[in-house]
Design a protein around this ligand. Structure first.
Ligand code: AKB
Length: 320
């Protein structure tokens, strides 16, 4: 039977690139991209998108049945910084959205579900460097609380109801296609948008704030590889730690300066620094490597090259 894919939150930071990758893999006709915000201009490869609010359980079930869905990718979420402004909204969307998808998957015999977790599940009491797969989770943010609870629900639905739900604890994701929305790691994308315009950048984290990060091409490949892995090989049913690279704002700025010598950064840490301080600085991803062969391709310098190249091609005012 052909897989039929439902993506919820198709035009967010992960969805923008993952939707295209899934359309390439399964064929555009087999991928139903949905969001609550439909972009004005869609690319040729990406010419259809439906409105779907994951909090509307009936609409979700209707879509699952109408399009004979076999896999659901739930990407809609409120991230760490936005979640601190509206903690209950973060809890409602992140938690009720996941529960709606898990219930729909259970009732409609969906073959596989993907749901992203985050390094935000770790708090001050988890080891910082590297942070192991199995450790204490005492998240510092509403977003982290919803992701940690969500992981437990995924594991519960797996054991109790045989729902094959798979998850990754993403670090900060860096992409040239979509702007991040409201996370503590957003600086690592914003900085490139300033650099390609020859503008200096004021960083809201301390110069020395090391965080785990990943280039989006690696993140998308990780999702595809995890979702293809034979079920019998998977030993983690909460969410897998995965690692890409770790760097400080100073190291990222130095990598940009090697390519744009005039680039300047200054620092004005704000409340986002305390969120960053509660997260690990590097991630031990040995379970992902062993169970389904995870290996990142991009390091700091190759990611910087790719980001600058892509942004110079995609920002209209840089084309003159
Ligand atoms: C955020 O900063 O909130 C996210 C994350 C690490 O999950 N990028």
């Amino acid at each position: 039977m052909t897989d039929r894919i439902l993506i919820i939150g198709a035009y967010g930071q992960i969805g923008t690139e993952l939707t295209l990758a899934l359309k390439r893999k399964y064929g555009p006709a087999n991928v139903i991209a949905t969001d609550i915000r439909i972009p004005d201009h869609l690319s040729d490869e990406d010419d259809s998108c439906l409105y779907l609010d994951v909090l509307n359980r009936r609409a979700l079930d209707l879509a699952v049945n109408k399009y004979q869905i076999t896999q659901i990718y739930l990407l809609a979420a409120v991230l760490s910084v936005s979640g601190e402004q509206q903690p209950l909204k973060a809890w409602e969307l992140n938690m009720q959205g996941l529960l709606n998808v898990l219930e729909s998957a259970r009732e409609n015999f969906i073959a596989r579900v993907f749901w992203p977790s985050s390094i935000a599940v770790f708090g001050h009491h988890a080891p910082k460097k590297p942070c192991p797969q199995h450790t204490v989770l005492q998240p510092s943010t509403a977003y982290g609380i919803s992701k940690a609870a969500g992981e437990d629900w995924c594991q519960y639905y797996f054991h109790k109801f045989d729902v094959d739900v798979r998850s990754l604890r993403f670090p900060g994701l860096i992409s040239s296609s979509a702007l991040p929305g409201g996370g503590a790691t957003d600086y690592a994308v914003d900085i490139f948008h300033h650099a390609v315009r020859n503008e200096s950048y004021t960083c809201y984290l301390k110069a020395s704030a090391t965080l785990p990060m990943m280039y989006m091409a690696d993140a998308v490949r990780a999702v595809l590889e995890l979702m293809e892995a034979p079920a019998a090989q998977l030993t983690v049913h909460t969410a897998y730690n995965i690692s890409g690279m770790s760097f400080t704002p100073t190291q990222l700025a130095a990598s940009i300066k090697k390519r744009i010598p005039g680039f300047k950064i200054n620092y004005k840490p704000d409340s986002r620094q305390s969120i960053a301080e509660s997260w690990p600085t590097s991630i031990d991803d040995r379970f992902a490597r062993k169970d389904w062969g995870w290996e990142p391709e991009y390091d700091l310098d190759s990611m910087t090259d790719q980001m600058l190249l892509n942004l110079r091609h995609s920002i209209p005012e840089l084309q003159v």
